[in-house]
Every structure is written in structure tokens, then in C-alpha cells.
Design a binder for this molecule. Structure first.
Ligand code: FAD
Ligand code: MLT
Ligand code: ZN
Length: 526
């Protein structure tokens, strides 16, 4: 643990400002003029320049409805050359730019803060090549993750990442956020599977790093800088990615465990007994389950007779159904025989497997249906993870005794219907609810506080407490969603001043006028 006094010193040195309201507009940026719009049209044609307020609205609002920009134009280039011409012009004019992919980001990174020009990759949706021997896919940045997965499936491969937003998020956005997702445990991070990329820098220069080589040790690996840079260093226009063979045999089980401590023991057993075929180890608490059953259309409780505090989704992916099935059954017999798992169910077909995943993947959407969400995406040693959820519950219950409960729902609480999709009602628990779920196998907790509406008094109870707690446990305040606007002031909780200083220098070298996604990622200069 980092002592509070040292933590406070770190925060002072790095100039962390608390993730408060919207930063003021930087007056050094120009505003879009009619002459700019004419230039954009000369590059893209009329169809590529969106100015109609109705069409523009979705580009200005994020997925959660939490962040709202006021851009007067969104641009939809189709080629790298067009992106280059647009950025060169914006840089010369000092117009701020926000790159946007599928706009499924959860930290306010993908929408303008003020009037930045939105450059969307929606029209850059061509697969450029696929090598069926090596499994290397090269695609434009705007290809939708699920479409790419369908494309490579025809050749017996799959994408090395999977997330609930796969039907909307773009591969460029995935790389820009270094998205983790549900199978990172199996396929590793994008820092390993992205083989190359092409990016356009702020001044329009095209950086062609679109290598498809597995091995290349010539100089610094510059592509790594763009993986997770959240649009602040340049616009990624194409990606080359290594795809693993599509598993021939997939098994999914849904297990109930009596405590988070036992969930960890089951994880250790799963790694040992399932070995190389273990492909996902996810957890959700009972609060997440209840919220999902009530608010997610089509959600069905896989274990309706069992009311446990924690549930696990354990998946195997391999190439031999008999071998994998045998391993999984033996593992399940053992953990159930020893009383580690209270109850469990093994999907008998694809429909049942999808129902189990629908619960886990659907928590995000279910929470959105309930109203405002304060989302925190932290990583830390696994043993400490759930304590944060419990501490947050206690803290909010003492601050708002009429609206929040100090402990999770009692086991007897009825799950209250299945997937009605209805919004909050008096039967939907207390107004403020604290839910914990995530990628247990990766030490990644998603702490979510659900409330009827966004409220500053509530936020001040949560922040900076959540960041300080995480730093004291040597965790990261962003495991996979990024910093965006939400946490632009918070990097100092997870990185030392020397690293932040170096990041500023890299940003200044690549984007001297600071036009790429301003107000995001790094704290404002002191
Ligand atoms: P956007 O939201 O459009 O942009 C995200 C950031 O990347 C912004 O800062 C933007 O400026 C930048 N950006 C986008 N495209 C480019 C580009 N071509 N070049 C440079 N910068 C760019 N995330 C996870 O990590 N794991 C999950 O399991 C997960 N599950 C999710 C489930 C749901 C239901 C939802 C709504 C979101 C989930 N997310 C998850 C968050 C989000 O989907 C990911 O961050 C995703 O990678 C964002 O992709 P996008 O195309 O929507 O990017
Ligand atoms: C997830 O794991 O479900 C995603 O990261 C989204 C979320 O945190 O809600
Ligand atoms: Zn996640």
C-alpha cells in the first residue's frame, strides 16, 4: 500500500486535478468557418461532410449519454489520403480534432468537449487483405469488430479480442483504446496481436507501420505508442492484426460461489486443471445479476434456484471436443465436490452458451437502462479487488442513508422478473446501487455506481476516493477503457511524474499544436 502522505505528494507533483467538470475551451484553437467547410467538401464531396444538426447529434453524444459536445461538423473520409488532407488543413488552421470510431467508448474520449472537428472512421470499412496461412488480417480502421470476426471465420480464424460492443466498435477504436475484453486471458493484449498499423499524424504525415511480420526488431517499435493513445497522437487509418485459429470446441459454464475468496480459489483450480483451453474467467456479483435480470431484454437467470453472492462464467476454447469436455467435467466435479462451487450449469448447446454470455456481456447495457452510471475500470492484485466494492457501498450508505445500502443484496432478494427491460421502479432496489463485475482472470474490476441521474454530490463521494483507494493498492485507474476526458487529470494516480513528463514530450513531438483530441488523456499543462 502507498501511504496516504506519499500519495498526496505524488498527486501534487504531477498536477493531478480531480476529474471534475468540463475544462474550459482552449482559446488558441480556431473555430470552423464556412471556408473550412468548403475545403472539407472539396476533399470528401458533400456526402462526407455532416453539418445537419439532426445527423450531427449522435457524433456529439457518447454511448452513456454522459458527455455532450458541440461540434458543428463531422467528417467521414474513405481513404488515408483524405485523412491526411483533412488533418493537414486542421493543423494549419489550428482546428482541434477528435477521432471517432464506433463511439462506444466509456470515458468521454470519443466525443468533442467543445467544438472540435469530428473525424469519423465510419466510411473506412474495407478489409485490405487476409493471409490464410499466417492468419494476418489487414483492414481499414473503421471496420466493425464483429464484421471482421465474421470475415476471418470464413477462413477458420477469429479475432483475438471480444467485447460486448463488438457490433458497433471499430478495429481502429479498439487499437486506439487498447481494448481488453472477455478473452484477453486467452489471446493476450493488443500490444501483442497488433502486428502493424498506419497512422496519420496531426500535420498530415502518413506513418506507414503496416507491417505484417511476426518478428521485426529494427529500432523502436513505434506502433506501440499508438496502441492505447486514445486519438491523442494521430489518427489510426489501418491495422494489421494476428488472428488465432477459430476454436473448434467451445464450452461455457456458469457457476455460483459463496465468496470472492472462493472465486479466487476456483480461478487457481481452473488455470491448473483446464490449462491451455481456459479462455475466459469472468465474475459478477449478485447486484450485477439482479440489475441485469430486471433491465436487460431477453436476460434469463441460468441458475434461478440458486442465490449466491458471486457468479462466474468459465469458458474453454480448444480443438478437440472430447478432450476439452472431459477436462471441464473433471474440473467441475472437483470444485463442486469440494464445495467450492455451490451450484453450476454447463451449456448444452450454443443457445445456452449465448444466454450465459448475454448475462455477463449485457450488464453494461442493463446499467444504462437504469439511468446514470459512474463507471470505474481498475486493475489491482486480485485479492484486493472486491474490497473496493464493499468499501464503496459502506461509504455511499453513510453519505446517502435513504438511497443506498451498506451491503450487497441479501441472498433472499427476488431477482424480480426476467429481462423486462423496464426502467427503474420502486422494486428495483435502492436508487443508488453499487455493482462489481469484470475480468477476474486479468485482475480487472468494473466498479459501477448506478443512480437515477448524474449528481455532483454523489460524484464527490466517489471521486477521488476511488482513485486514491486504487493507488494505495498499487492498482491502475484505467485497466482497459482508457483515460479519455473522465480521467485526464488522474494519470498521476498510476504513473510517476517522470513518465508523465515523457508522455508530454512525445505528444509535443508528434502533435506540436496539440490539435489531436485535446483535453483528454493527459492533465492540462501546469
Ligand atoms: P470510440 O468510442 O469511437 O473511441 C474511443 C477512443 O479512441 C477515443 O478517444 C477516440 O478519439 C479514439 N479513436 C477511435 N478511433 C480512432 C482511430 N481510428 N484513430 C485514433 N484514435 C481513435 N472496452 C474494453 O476494453 N473491454 C470491454 O470488454 C468493453 N466492453 C464494452 C461493452 C459495451 C456494451 C460498451 C458500450 C463498451 C465496451 N467497451 C469495452 C468500451 C469500448 O467499446 C472500447 O473502448 C472500444 O475499443 C472503443 O472502440 P470504438 O470504435 O467505439 O471507439
Ligand atoms: C465489460 O467488461 O463488460 C466492459 O468493459 C464494459 C463495462 O465495463 O461495463
Ligand atoms: Zn471490461
Amino acid at each position: 500500500m502507498l501511504p496516504i502522505r506519499r500519495l498526496a505528494a505524488v498527486v501534487r507533483r504531477t498536477g493531478v486535478r480531480l476529474a471534475s467538470g468540463v475544462p474550459e475551451r482552449d482559446v488558441r484553437f480556431a473555430t470552423v468557418q464556412d471556408a473550412d467547410l468548403r475545403f472539407f467538401e472539396s476533399v470528401l464531396g458533400q456526402g462526407g461532410v455532416v453539418t445537419d444538426p439532426h445527423e450531427l447529434a449522435p457524433f456529439n453524444k457518447d454511448w452513456m449519454g454522459k458527455y455532450q459536445g458541440a461540434s458543428r461538423v463531422a467528417l467521414k473520409p474513405r481513404s488515408t489520403e483524405q485523412v491526411s488532407a483533412l488533418l493537414r488543413h486542421c493543423n494549419e488552421r489550428r482546428l482541434a480534432v477528435v477521432p471517432q470510431g464506433g463511439n462506444t467508448g466509456l470515458v468521454g474520449g470519443s466525443v468533442p468537449v467543445h467544438d472540435e472537428v469530428v473525424v469519423s472512421t465510419a466510411a473506412m470499412n474495407q478489409v485490405l487483405s487476409f493471409d490464410a496461412v499466417s492468419g494476418t488480417l489487414t483492414a481499414q480502421a473503421g471496420c466493425i469488430l464483429e464484421s471482421l470476426d465474421n470475415h476471418v471465420a470464413e477462413h477458420g480464424y477469429c479475432m483475438p479480442l471480444e467485447l460486448g460492443a463488438k457490433g458497433s466498435c471499430h478495429i481502429g477504436g479498439n487499437v486506439a483504446t487498447n481494448a481488453g475484453g472477455l478473452r484477453l486471458l486467452h489471446y493476450g493484449s493488443l500490444h501483442g496481436s497488433v502486428l502493424g498499423l498506419e497512422a496519420v499524424l496531426a500535420d498530415g504525415r502518413v506513418l506507414d507501420l503496416l507491417s505484417t511480420l511476426r518478428k521485426d526488431n529494427t529500432g523502436y517499435d513505434l506502433k506501440q505508442l499508438f496502441i492505447g493513445s486514445e486519438g491523442s497522437l494521430g489518427l489510426i487509418t489501418a491495422v494489421a492484426i494476428h488472428c488465432p485459429p477459430r476454436p473448434l470446441s467451445v464450452n461455457v459454464s456458469y457457476l455460483a460461489v459463496p465468496s470472492f475468496e472462493v472465486a479466487q480459489q476456483v480461478f487457481v483450480r481452473a488455470k491448473r486443471d483446464l490449462g491451455e483451453v481456459l479462455s475466459a474467467f469472468e465474475f459478477l456479483d449478485r447486484e450485477s445479476l439482479l440489475i441485469t435480470l430486471r433491465n436487460l431484454p431477453g436476460a434469463k437467470d441460468p441458475l434461478p434456484a440458486c442465490q449466491a453472492p458471486f457468479y462466474l462464467v468459465v469458458e474453454t476454447s480448444g480443438s478437440n471436443a472430447a478432450h476439452d469436455g472431459e477436462k471441464l467435467e473433471r474440473f467441475l466435479e472437483d470444485v463442486m465436490g469440494e464445495g467450492l462451487v455451490i451450484d453450476g450449469v454447463l451449456a448444452q448447446d450454443g443457445t445456452q452458451a449465448r444466454q450465459m454470455w448475454h448475462i455477463r456481456e449485457g450488464i453494461t447495457e442493463a446499467l444504462r437502462h437504469r439511468g446514470a452510471i459512474y463507471k470505474y475500470d481498475v486493475s489491482m492484485p486480485i485479492h484486493a479487488m472486491y474490497q473496493l466494492v464493499e468499501d464503496m457501498r459502506e461509504r455511499l450508505a453513510s453519505a446517502f442513508p435513504q438511497q443506498a445500502a451498506a451491503v450487497g443484496p441479501p441472498p433472499s432478494e427476488d431477482s424480480g422478473g426476467s429481462g423486462s427491460g423496464s426502467s427503474s421502479s420502486s422494486r428495483d432496489g435502492p436508487p443508488i446501487r453499487v455493482a462489481g463485475y469484470g475480468h477476474l482472470g486479468d485482475g480487472n474490476l468494473h466498479l459501477n455506481i448506478s443512480a437515477p441521474a448524474y449528481d455532483e454530490a454523489l460524484r464527490h463521494q466517489i471521486e477521488p476516493f476511488v482513485y486514491e483507494w486504487t493507488a494505495q493498492h498499487r492498482g491502475s485507474v484505467s485497466a482497459e477503457h482508457g483515460l479519455g476526458l473522465m480521467k485526464a487529470g488522474c494519470i498521476g494516480y498510476s504513473k510517476p511524474p517522470a513518465a508523465i513528463q515523457l508522455m508530454r514530450q512525445i505528444k509535443a513531438a508528434l502533435d506540436p499544436k496539440g490539435i489531436m483530441n485535446p483535453y483528454k488523456v493527459l492533465p492540462p499543462p501546469e
